[in-house]
Design a protein around this ligand. Structure first.
Ligand SMILES: Nc1nc2c(c(=O)[nH]1)N[C@H]1C(S)=C(S)[C@@H](COP(=O)(O)OP(=O)(O)OC[C@H]3O[C@@H](n4cnc5c(=O)[nH]c(N)nc54)[C@H](O)[C@@H]3O)O[C@H]1N2
Ligand SMILES: Nc1nc2c(c(=O)[nH]1)N[C@H]1C(S)=C(S)[C@@H](COP(=O)(O)OP(=O)(O)OC[C@H]3O[C@@H](n4cnc5c(=O)[nH]c(N)nc54)[C@H](O)[C@@H]3O)O[C@H]1N2
Ligand SMILES: [Mo]
Length: 764
């Protein structure tokens, strides 16, 4: 009997060899440099290391596939414009080991499922297309043409195009993403879920409604000029390390920094720039002026407490709010104020878990500042009330007139290196009608006006057999999504699952009846097509579009670019009925950019502008106080406090990233900045909560979540006592995704609530 899909989807429960130390407060410095170089030397061909480091994030080079943090517009460090984790991302992508047909002949799908996520990733780079026939135990080689024909056969056999789901992860370039959504829309559906649905969707929803654009408003230069930067629900020391260099500049220019986080994350407290040898010797810069150890999901309560006190002061002195800005540019102040007054300051502060002393420090810093930037990431977006979190911080910025001027505004810090660009060029299951009309005008077919499936809807549809083909352009769907057991069944119910991937991952072993793995080029590799080596483009977290061009020889001759894969599938599927010459795009990506220039606002003269060494900024209404909302003004919003309470014995759990992973790709087993080594199956707990449950350090426990009467379990985690607020705990994603209920998600945005999972901890 072969293993069930659920067994294959869950991460194996084996333990490594846990060691814990007191966490450091400082980040980067020599430790970071050492970790990065050791990793690079271990996994990348020596001849490639220098080429990578000379071209990574440099003008005319290639964009780091790590995070979406922007590169400086002007001077870039000649020592290397990348970070420890960027280099680890490269080491992972450019591994010198290849996975070929012999590997798959020697390893059954069941045996691959037994590998840990770390081991799966270290198997090497995928190097040829593979096919898993129905009932087979092993993947077999398949030619590219046959693979395309197989996808076409399944897609054309469906009763309705809405029975297919087309997922995208955020590494896909603008050119590939544009063609992909074009193909999906010409094929006839809007089912374009993407990783953004699990990531910053809540930011997009909240910002569009309040400020008229689903993206942040600030530039790097603003960050340097801010009087106050508030970093909420984000761990840049690990996930956006180059942001710390920017914050260091803010400090140097006299700006202050407040950090709001349940954990005292290293780096935010103190940072040593690895590119500054003197700083490395003298011990670095203290970054946070105030650290606010908030309880998980206590943010709306905390911001309400702050807003209440600011209002009180304004009523006294009339010099706290920016009345001129509010008058000219905003809507809804009165309703907002009258709602705010229904809340009680002490109750709000108590609900946030923050002491009065810390609150007062924050209040003093905010009171007289008028150039405020708020940065945030998953700590705010992955809750049921995620949209309220973000709308509430917009309320603060609006009261202070801190938007659309130098040194002020919104800064949602994006995850994947092109997740923002993918959405800009049309990867959107609920794209605006104006965009669909442009597609129709340009290509002569009518895109489906229906809203398609987001990630959560897609999982439900596959589970209920309403969707039968899953196609993933990048990513690792089964490990990234919530409710692993339910989602595994959803995948197993499909007739065909297809993944375009660089590396082996768990999604390749949790398959539909048939499955395909289509191996593609990575960012650093040269993309040879008929008209020569192709350039592509990406958009960073601050709305700058720039070029990216590989510099290394592809690790295998059989790889295709994502653009070529999309064009091949479109050609095979829509044969004879397409209005588009797909293969012409494949041969020359300039043609794709000419089309983007016509269809997507802000890309006029794309082919010329993309040659500018630093790229170009896309238009951004919020940046210039042109708020394109329904009211034509920036909108204040009314937000409730979260309406859930912990039951007796429950803890609220956030699922977070260690320092040694990129989402579901596990670089290593350490979490250096949190003092954890050699283990991922751990649960960080407050020491008083441990005592209450008579739990010892490193004791093994089982975790259980109960939601709407459904019980979910994850067994075998070691307890690590940590500096985390009472009643809160933390585990790593994806090991505990099995505990995240599919029906617990952000209202309006449907982002899974993977930062507020209510669990109980059971002694074994
Ligand atoms: N090296 C590396 N870089 C990455 C990634 C990676 O995995 N590895 N992933 C990329 C992606 S796709 C993304 S989206 C980003 C993710 O970047 P982050 O959002 O920084 O990633 P998380 O580990 O999810 O961290 C969430 C942070 O929010 C805090 N937090 C959790 N709940 C709450 C809350 O209720 N309130 C507050 N105030 N804080 C809370 C946690 O303690 C943690 O510090 O990073 C990107 N960059
Ligand atoms: N519990 C919990 N769940 C979460 C989160 C959380 O914080 N907690 N975070 C969520 C977030 S923010 C995100 S963004 C999602 C991430 O979800 P995904 O984007 O689906 O996951 P990744 O782990 O980034 O995908 C890694 C895989 O992408 C493939 N890959 C890498 N580079 C390329 C490339 O250039 N091209 C192609 N075609 N493939 C490539 C490799 O095969 C690799 O195995 O996970 C979400 N899930
Ligand atoms: Mo993300």
């Amino acid at each position: 009997m072969s293993k069930s899909s659920i067994d294959k989807a869950l991460t194996p429960e084996k333990f490594e060899n846990l060691k814990t130390k007191t966490p450091p407060i400082n980040s980067a410095g020599l430790g970071g440099l050492k970790a990065a170089t050791t990793h690079a030397i271990k996994y990348i061909k020596p001849s490639n290391i220098l080429k990578i480091s000379k071209n990574l994030n440099q003008k005319g080079g290639f964009d780091c596939p790590g995070c979406a943090w922007p590169d400086p517009d002007d001077d870039r460090s000649s020592l290397g414009e990348y970070c420890e984790n960027g280099l680890k991302a490269m080491a992972e992508e450019m591994q010198n080991k290849l996975i070929n047909r012999e590997f798959f002949a020697n390893n059954s799908v069941d045996s691959l499922a037994e590998l840990s996520d770390f081991e799966i990733g270290k198997s090497g780079r995928l190097s040829e297309p593979m096919f898993l026939p129905e009932g087979a135990t092993h993947y077999q080689p398949i030619s590219w043409d046959d693979a395309f024909a197989k996808v076409a056969e399944h897609l054309n056999a469906l009763n309705n195009p809405d029975e297919a789901v087309f997922y995208t992860s955020g590494r896909t370039t603008n050119e590939a993403a544009f063609l992909y959504q074009l193909f999906v829309r010409e094929y006839g559906t809007s089912n374009l879920p993407d990783c953004s649905n699990m990531c910053h969707e809540a930011s997009g929803s909240a910002l569009s409604e309040t400020l008229g654009i689903g993206k942040g408003s600030v530039t790097l230069d603003d960050l340097y000029k801010a009087e106050l930067v508030i970093v909420v629900g984000q761990n840049p020391g690990t996930n956006h390390p180059r942001m710390l260099s920017a914050l260091e500049k803010t400090k140097k220019n006299g700006g202050k920094i407040i950090t709001i986080n349940p954990l005292p994350e290293a780096g935010l407290i103190k940072f040593t720039d690895p590119q500054n040898p003197i700083k490395m010797l003298t011990g670095g810069t203290k970054l946070s002026d105030v650290f606010v150890p908030i309880t998980i999901n206590g943010d709306v309560a905390f911001f309400k407490a702050l807003l209440l006190k600011l209002l009180e002061k304004e009523e006294d002195t009339e010099n706290v709010f920016d009345r001129a800005f509010i008058e000219e540019y905003t809507n809804g102040l009165e309703d907002f104020i009258s709602d705010l007054k229904t809340f009680n300051f002490n109750d709000c502060l108590a609900a946030s878990g923050v002491s009065r002393e810390t609150f007062d420090e924050v209040f003093d810093l905010v009171l007289n500042k008028n150039k405020i930037i708020i940065c945030w990431a998953m700590g705010l977006t992955q809750h049921e009330n995620a949209v309220d979190n973000i709308r509430e911080l917009v309320n603060l910025l609006l009261l202070k007139g801190s938007i659309g001027k130098e040194g002020a505004g919104t800064c949602p810090v994006r995850g994947h290196s092109n997740v923002q660009g993918d959405r800009t060029v049309g990867i959107w299951e609920s794209a605006p009608q104006a965009f669909l009309d442009k597609i129709e005008a340009k290509y002569g077919f009518k895109p489906s006006p229906k809203h398609g499936y987001s990630v959560i809807d897609a999982i439900k549809a596959m589970y209920e057999k309403k969707a039968k083909v899953f196609f993933g352009l990048g990513g690792n769907f089964i490990s990234a999504v919530p409710d692993t057991a339910y989602s595994a069944q959803a995948m197993a119910n499909c007739n065909l699952t297809v993944h375009v991937s660089t590396k082996l991952n768990r999604s390749h072993v949790v398959t539909g009846k048939e499955a395909l793995i289509l191996p593609c080029l990575g960012r650093a590799e040269k993309d040879y097509q008929k008209t020569g080596v192709q350039t592509q483009s990406v958009e960073n977290s601050m709305g700058v579009v720039s070029s990216t061009k590989g510099v290394l020889e592809p690790c295998s001759d059989t790889l295709m670019s994502e653009v070529a894969v999309v064009c091949g599938i479109a050609e095979a599927t829509l044969k004879g009925r397409s209005k588009i010459n797909w293969l012409a795009y494949r041969d020359d990506y300039n043609l794709v950019r000419d089309d983007i220039a016509e269809v997507v606002a802000g890309f006029e003269n794309f082919n010329t502008k993309i040659k500018q060494p630093s790229g170009f900024y896309l238009p951004n209404g919020a940046r210039v106080r042109d708020f394109k909302t329904k009211t034509g003004k920036a909108n204040f919003s009314i937000n409730k406090l979260p309406d859930w309470k912990l039951k007796e014995g429950e803890l609220v759990m956030m699922t977070i990233r260690s320092h040694d992973q990129f989402n579901t790709t596990i670089y290593g087993l350490d979490d250096r900045y949190r003092g954890v080594f050699n283990e991922r199956r751990i649960i960080f707990m407050n020491r008083e909560d441990m005592k209450l449950r008579s739990l010892e350090e490193h004791e093994v426990v089982h975790l259980k979540s109960e939601h709407n009467g459904v019980i979910r379990k994850a067994n075998n985690f070691k307890v690590v006592g940590y500096d985390i607020p009472k009643n809160c705990c933390a585990t790593y994603f994806p090991e505990t995704n099995v505990l995240v209920p599919l029906d617990s998600f952000a209202h309006t945005a449907k982002t899974p609530a993977s930062k507020s999972v209510r669990i109980t901890v059971e002694k074994c």
